[in-house]
Ligand binder design. Structure first.
Ligand code: ADP
Ligand code: ASP
Ligand code: MG
Length: 451
């Protein structure tokens, strides 16, 4: 059915508000004369194509897989077409990574990706079996079969193109396509893994490629919250959030949805609905929201304890030094985040920056060489730091937000080690041991708590 790729809601002939189940969708196109003879014409309802993605916890055991299959069956009965994206069951990705470490200290990217993507492959096959039990025809597809062409960066491959022909054919035949998340095939024809949290990106990219009306991301909480609900019990579910705000939230530590998926959704205008696979209630809608007058100045508080702070002391203050340091780290593929350079005193200065904790060793090794090269005094790493951030589009038009943040931290006895800002975010690096109280205090101070 050509309409699948069209993006707009399709009209389908409908009787008594119900959709004839499990009919191949090509038989359901508007105005099909055969169908109009068979059922009484009482309503025209749009058939949507929905991409539904389920995270690890949501498909964590056989009961959960059956519960998800049941939900998909209901969505089909309601008349919508469904493409399903699944993560590996529970903590299987972590287990596979551990297994690799237990077996060997050598982890070739190609073999690691082959190993890790097995988790999603298992989940998608089991999901199809559960769907078959419920009378819903379904086919599983690996990332490669679903048309995900990626670059060759094993472990964190980037999607170059999505050609979901087989998925489209399955949907047109009235079947549910179940796609393994976070995987593809590289330009070298090898299996690739899209990185941790990559199943969200799979779902968004598929929704875009298929012209789906909605991309639903089902998880173990009821939506996107004003802060991590595990940390702050008064965290509130947001009814709506803009791509821009959510992107800043995910870039500063909110794990849901993955940052790359939000970027993809914003670039291509894919409407997201983040919701619970346990309560099935309406969750958080993510779209291009215009700021309104009533909009909160601060929408969310995030935190991130995944980075370490490095400080190069006694750096000669002349042109080209920062360029030398950060070019060398970029060439090592180290993702440097926050950078602060002090005002120089008598021709020398300090440069501090943050890097992912997992990169400390190689960053230190490289930086020690650089210290000698540029004539600095030394380098020091601190992995007991964390970043706390406030995010809100309302900040743009409201002065004093940063001041309130600093005052709140001061009143809580939290010392600020580094500060960085964007148009709609203020981040402070603090001692890791104080981050939870910092988050709670800011959440309260900006009036985000559940009423
Ligand atoms: P999934 O496996 O379903 O893809 P994750 O386990 O990666 O999802 O992320 C979901 C978790 O993220 C939730 O259990 C929640 O505790 C945590 N979380 C942290 N901050 C937030 C937030 N601001 N909003 C929603 N969830 C958050
Ligand atoms: N299973 C992978 C992970 O845990 C991919 C995903 O679930 O998004 O990172
Ligand atoms: Mg998870």
């Amino acid at each position: 059915m050509g309409e699948v790729g069209g993006g707009a809601g399709r009209l389908v002939f409908n009787a008594m508000g119900r959709h004839p189940n499990n009919e191949p969708s090509r038989h359901r196109s508007a105005g099909n004369p055969q169908q109009s003879r068979r059922v009484a014409p009482v309503a025209w309802l749009p058939v949507a194509l929905i991409v539904q993605k389920f995270g690890g916890t949501s498909v964590g055991d056989p009961d959960r897989i059956r519960a998800v299959a049941d939900h998909v069956a209901r969505t089909k009965r309601h008349g919508d077409d469904v493409v399903l994206v699944v993560s590996a069951m529970g903590k299987e990705t972590d287990d596979l990574l551990r297994l690799a470490s237990d077996v060997s200290g050598t982890h070739p990217g190609r073999e690691m990706d082959m190993l890790i993507t097995a988790g999603e492959r298992k989940a998608m096959a089991l999901m199809c079996m559960a769907l078959h039990d419920m009378g819903v025809p379904a086919d599983s597809f690996t990332g490669s079969q679903a048309g995900f062409l990626t670059d060759t960066t094993h472990g964190n491959a980037k999607i170059l193109e999505v050609r979901p022909e087989r998925v489209r054919v399955a949907v047109d035949a009235g079947r549910v396509a179940v796609v393994g998340g976070s995987q593809g095939v590289s330009t070298d024809n090898d299996v690739t893994f899209l990185g941790r949290g990559g199943s969200d990106t799979t779902a968004v990219a598929l929704a875009h490629a298929l012209g789906a009306e909605i991309c639903e991301l089902y998880t173990d909480v009821t939506g996107v919250f004003t802060t991590d609900p595990r940390l702050v019990p008064t965290a509130r579910r947001m009814d709506r959030v803009s791509y821009e705000e959510l992107l800043e939230m995910t870039a500063s530590g909110c794990p849901k949805p993955s940052m790359r998926s939000v970027e993809y959704a914003r670039t291509h205008g894919v409407r997201l609905h983040v919701r619970s696979a346990f309560t099935w209630q309406e969750g958080t809608w993510v779209d291009e929201r215009e700021p309104t007058m009533e909009q909160a100045i601060v929408s969310a508080v995030t935190h991130d304890a995944s980075e370490a702070k490095m400080t190069i002391a006694g750096v000669p203050d002349h042109a080209g030094v920062a360029a030398t340091v950060f070019r060398a780290l970029a060439d090592l593929d180290v993702n440097v985040d926050l950078i602060v350079q002090n005002v120089s005193e008598r021709g020398v200065t300090d440069i501090s920056f943050t890097v992912p904790r997992g990169d400390i060793d190689r960053t230190l090794e490289e930086t020690r060489k650089l210290v000698a090269e540029i004539g600095a005094v030394g380098v020091d790493a601190d992995s007991t730091i964390a970043r706390v951030s406030i995010v809100g589009a309302g900040m743009r038009s409201n002065p004093g937000v940063a001041a309130t943040m600093f005052e709140t931290l001061a009143e809580t006895g939290v010392n600020i080690l580094m500060i960085s800002t964007s148009a709609i975010r203020v981040s402070c690096v603090v001692a890791e041991g104080q981050v939870e109280e910092a988050v709670a205090a800011l959440h309260e101070a900006f009036g985000l708590a559940d009423a």
